[in-house]
Design a protein around this ligand. Structure first.
Ligand SMILES: [Zn+2]
Length: 182
């Protein structure tokens, strides 16, 4: 007897819709020198991919990043400052995707609706930040990817406080961003 199994298409991890993705998704932007820390085709749909690209472009073409990106600069330099919200969405997206790729148990505990909505639509992030000491953050990527990112002076980190608040951190050279994720 021959059984035919129809594989169900994995919905997009950001909008939760079914939809073919034409490309891989770089968890940390490729234009910062990351080529290895990725999500495979099919995990982020084309629509979300385009949306993320616009947020990334706003942040990466802002003044602070331009200086550090010089070795990787390709085109599309605007040199406008990025809004706080754009920076928060940029960080949120990387931590959300990074946790999915590397720390599934933490990702599973996330409030996906709130995270997804913030990445896609922005708005006011509902959490207040507390100051987390730098050394408390652990790498989101597992050993090998963390090592490769470090070679480009990139660090993507997370911290869970004693009352289960989740924080994300991103460092690129001397640029540092952190915020509460949940
Ligand atoms: Zn999507």
């Amino acid at each position: 007897m021959l059984y035919i199994r129809i594989m169900q298409e994995q919905p997009c991890i950001i909008c939760n819709q079914e939809g073919r993705s034409p490309s891989i998704e770089h968890i940390v932007p490729q234009s910062l020198g990351n080529i290895h820390y990725i999500l495979y085709k099919g995990l982020v749909c084309k629509h979300c991919n385009n949306k993320i690209a616009r947020i990334e472009s706003t942040v990466l073409n802002s003044r602070h990043f331009l200086e550090k990106r010089k070795p990787h600069l390709l085109d599309g330099v605007h040199n406008k400052p990025a809004s706080l919200q754009a920076q928060q969405r940029f960080l949120m997206k990387m931590v959300y995707e990074g946790l999915y790729a590397s720390r599934k148990s933490i990702w599973t505990s996330l409030d996906h609706d709130r995270c997804r909505h913030f990445i896609l639509s922005g708005g006011e992030w509902p959490f207040r930040n507390i100051k987390v000491p730098n050394q408390k953050f652990k790498p989101v990527p597992k050993l090998w990817n963390a090592f490769l990112l470090k070679r480009n002076k990139i660090f993507l980190g997370y911290f869970v406080s004693s009352n289960q608040e989740l924080y994300g951190q991103f460092k690129y050279h001397n640029i540092r961003m952190e915020m509460r994720i949940q």
